[in-house]
Write a new protein. Sequence first.
Length: 156
Amino acid sequence: MHRHHSSLILAAFVAANLCTVAVHAEDNGDTANMTAAAPADAAASEHVARAVFTSAVQNREPTDTITSLSNDHNKIYFYTVLTGLGGQSVTHRWEYQGKTMAEVKFDVGGPRWRVWSSKTLLPQWTGEWRVSVIDGNGNKVGEAMFNYTKADTSSK
């Protein structure tokens, strides 16, 4: 019985480490660094002023823009600038092969709010990934996609 309990704890620990980690930041109203265009597959909408995948977030801004990631890397962030959703809850829904793999809920605290979530990916989860931005009423207000590809292991 004790051995079974330990296995369940280990399984829960592993699952927790593969789930999405939510981070959010209050916006200070500084829009100087928020004018970069969103990639073509993450077009701005009425409530999502910016949506990008990135390898990291520093000083509440993405460090780069990713549209494709090879599976020799296992972590990716989804960064959004939300507008007009103050007081609502918003969710980043991570989807792979038509299945919801994680949902991260945020409380939007102002009229312009930056939020990001991250996902740890397993190497075998190659293919198209989609993250939808869902408002407090359950409406999809934005989405973006990236490709997780098999790393090139051929010698150079």
